[in-house]
Design a protein around this ligand. Structure first.
Ligand SMILES: [Zn+2]
Ligand SMILES: [Zn+2]
Length: 81
């Protein structure tokens, strides 16, 4: 009985590792601005919190707009700390 339990735990752990890896790599792919596709991302849309804007594009869209990532409307750009 004990051996069976150990095997089950190992399989669950492996699945969790794979999911964590995919999440972090997805985040790294969006390090350049999704509007101008040139500058580094420094701002996120709020309240959806998508990190997609460089400084210049954040200034242009400071009063809000449509998020390019999740397509929701945002009301503010916040600096990523
Ligand atoms: Zn930009
Ligand atoms: Zn968004």
């Amino acid at each position: 009985m004990e051996k069976d339990l150990t095997l089950e735990n190992q399989e669950t752990q492996e699945i969790q590792d794979i999911q964590e890896f995919q999440d972090s790599s997805d985040e790294e792919n969006h390090s350049e601005c999704m509007i101008c596709k040139r500058d580094k991302v420094e701002y996120m849309c709020f309240p959806c919190r998508c990190k997609i804007l460089c400084k210049k594009c954040a200034m242009k869209m400071a009063s809000g707009g449509k998020c390019r990532k999740c397509t929701k409307l945002f009301v503010q750009c916040k600096r990523i700390l």
